[in-house]
Design a protein. Structure first.
Length: 329
């Protein structure tokens, strides 16, 4: 699939316009969005992604459209999983609810920049080194194994970058509205908001290491990789407020994602073997990939909600009183 430079420019300009619009809304009136507001915005961004995928299918064909939808679904699911960590970070640093939108918006912007850099590096590596597919496949299998075997952590552990920043920058005890720095007695201090931004940014960097190999396992077209990532991140701020309480109910999400990433890892290795002349290694059609990804995520969501509902009923169910024995006199 050939994408002209003008198409790239129009796409990037449109995505930047959406990001700027989001930023202006947050900057104009920092607030915690209502359920209705969050629902409308998430529906808007999902609708744009679906419309883009349909338009892409009509213009470039079913294969390109299928690759976009498979990539978007995978990246969107990984973004939902990332919200777990964002919630932990917000709680760890006690970010006021009215300023959480700004933190999330900056986090999305940083994620877009970082993923754009990783996409460019990944596309260049694939073009020159075929063995990169084996490396991506092995990395995804390792990530899938970690997701399936590791236990969820309720505490956020500061990474080395955050530890170094805390040592170098003097920080105020409390927040000063949404400012990143402030003056106290004539001296410049960082605020906890800056520390939170750094925590979100460095976490985004780690997330990109998982998401980029996953999307390259579904398509090698840089345009599709970039747009699938961009649309998956758009609306993440509103999604945070929409399903913040629902995230605790998606108890099997890590297992579902481990299946998806494991499948993509195997797909990458098999297709690399196929291109290197191994006769028994098949090429997996994109429609099969899309069906497996969509089916796995659907089963994961339904099973999670069923289990959470049963657990809630078990917790709220009153214990049966034990009849007291009456001793006969």
């Amino acid at each position: 699939m050939h994408v002209s430079m003008s198409a790239w420019i129009i796409t990037i300009a449109a995505l930047l316009a959406l990001l700027v619009l989001d930023f202006l809304i947050v900057a104009r009136k920092p607030h915690e969005p209502s359920l209705r507001e969050a629902t409308l915005w998430v529906s808007f961004y999902v609708g744009i992604a679906l419309a883009f995928g349909v338009g892409l299918t009509l213009v470039a064909g079913g294969e390109a459209g299928g690759e976009f939808f498979a990539g978007w679904l995978t990246e969107y699911s990984l973004s939902v999983d990332n919200l777990f960590v964002f919630i932990i970070i917000m709680g760890r640093f006690a970010v006021p609810r009215q300023y959480q939108q700004k933190v999330l918006l900056v986090g999305v912007a940083l994620a877009l920049v970082m993923r754009g850099i990783f996409i460019a590096i990944g596309a260049e590596a694939i073009a020159h080194f075929n063995w990169v597919f084996y490396l991506f496949g092995a990395f995804l299998l390792f990530t899938a194994w970690k997701l399936a075997t590791s236990k969820e952590e309720d505490e956020f552990k500061e990474n080395i970058v955050l530890v170094k920043v805390r040592k170098v920058l003097p920080t105020t005890e409390g927040y000063h509205e949404a400012r990143l720095t402030t003056r106290v007695d004539g001296k410049r201090f960082a605020t906890p908001m800056l520390i939170v931004m750094i925590a979100i940014g460095t976490t985004d960097l780690l997330f990109a290491l998982d998401s980029i190999p996953a999307i390259f396992g579904l398509t090698q077209h840089a345009y599709l990789v970039f747009t699938a990532n961009a649309f998956a991140l758009m609306g993440l701020r509103q999604l945070f407020f929409l399903i913040g309480g629902l995230l605790d109910r998606l108890v099997y999400l890590s297992y579902g994602l481990s299946v998806v990433l494991g499948f993509i890892g195997v797909k990458l290795i098999l297709e690399a073997l196929h291109h290197h002349g191994v006769s028994w290694a098949p090429e997996i059609p994109i429609l099969v990939s899309l069906a497996i990804i969509l089916g796995t995520l659907t089963v994961t969501a339904v099973a999670s909600l069923v289990k959470s509902h049963r657990d809630e009923r078990a917790e709220t169910k009153e214990p049966v009183p034990v009849a007291e024995e009456v001793s006969a006199e």
